[in-house]
Ligand binder design. Structure first.
Ligand code: PXG
Length: 288
């Protein structure tokens, strides 16, 4: 496997970052997870927009241009003979002193891994997931805006561990106010009386690229979508529920906190949205 690292393609075994890199020492950096479908990079522009916004939010200057970054993403796929897969694009603050001061890190590092990912076992896409609400809350915007896709995922990791301890594969995370925010690496949607409802960024949801794609799939299907404050009660009593994310794609949820959602089976609207999404990824995207 070839990895893009600071302007060069190197073997995976040689793709190394300093132990002084602040991405490692402090989680000081940002990333994107991107999908490749049939040789098309899904919504590359949107991913780069979000990466550049994350960089601005943490005052990190990405050392290459957007054009170069887009080129490096596509070249990473080509070099690895990848037609379908997952691209992890990371920008770290770079190596510096033992001290958090980022201005003592002269050169940010960029690396790109083009590989495969399977977040959930395939059978769950037809049977649906059983998930739980966990005690760990989504970080509030006053501490660190959840809009930044940063390398500090401890908040989500703790939630993921709590889900596993409860025997579930995924966790619903609430915000400070107790409203539903999102899952550990996915956005959440419910279907209520034929409408799609999902928490807004203000509620602690990452502005997921898949989430945005679902908005336009739903529009094409004439299914209304609304950003809405949601409680656990709303989720338990929804007609249907599903999660969206680059890793997860679109996956039905059939049980939450021991309560069956709807009739306990993936619902018809979820099915149509999932089919619409699968059709769209094959025709949209940047040709590598
Ligand atoms: N919320 C959070 C906290 C995320 O990290 C999403 C929502 C969905 O956003 P996108 O843009 O992907 O639709 C994410 C995305 C992983 C993994 O390895 C996580 C993400 C993406 C890909 C893989 O768990 N996070």
């Amino acid at each position: 496997m070839k990895i893009y690292l600071d302007g060069q393609f190197v073997d995976a075994a040689d793709a190394k970052i300093s132990v002084f890199d602040h991405g490692l020492l402090y989680g000081d950096g940002i990333f994107e997870g991107i999908r490749l479908y049939g040789g098309n990079v899904f919504r590359l522009d949107e991913h780069l927009d979000r990466l550049w916004c994350s960089a601005k939010a943490i005052l990190l200057t990405i050392p290459i241009s957007r054009r170069e970054m887009a080129g490096a993403v596509c070249e990473s796929c080509r070099r690895n003979g990848l037609r379908d897969g997952y691209i992890r694009l990371v920008v770290t603050r770079g190596a510096g002193d033992l001290g958090i001061a980022p201005w003592l890190c002269p050169k940010p590092s960029v690396f790109i891994i083009a590989d495969r990912i399977a977040l959930y076992p395939p059978e769950y896409y037809t049977t649906g997931l059983s998930i739980v609400t966990v005690p760990t809350r989504r970080l509030g915007a006053a501490a660190l805006t959840p809009m930044v896709k940063s390398l500090n995922y401890l908040n989500n990791i703790l939630a993921k561990i709590e889900a596993r301890q409860a025997g579930a594969l995924e966790a619903v995370m609430l915000n400070d106010a107790g409203f539903v925010a999102e899952c550990t690496g996915d956005n959440i949607f419910i279907v209520c009386h034929g409408r799609l409802l999902t928490p807004s960024a203000q509620q602690g949801a990452l502005k997921g690229i898949t989430r945005e794609a679902i908005f336009s799939v739903a529009q094409a299907l004439s299914v209304p979508v609304e950003e809405h404050e949601l409680t656990r009660y709303d989720l338990w009593n929804a007609d249907e529920c599903f999660l969206t994310g680059t890793g997860a794609e679109v996956i039905p949820v059939v049980k939450l906190d021991g309560r069956e959602i709807g009739d306990g089976k993936p619902g018809p609207v979820t099915g149509r949205v999932l089919a619409g999404f699968r059709a769209r990824v094959l025709v949209e995207g940047t040709r590598i």
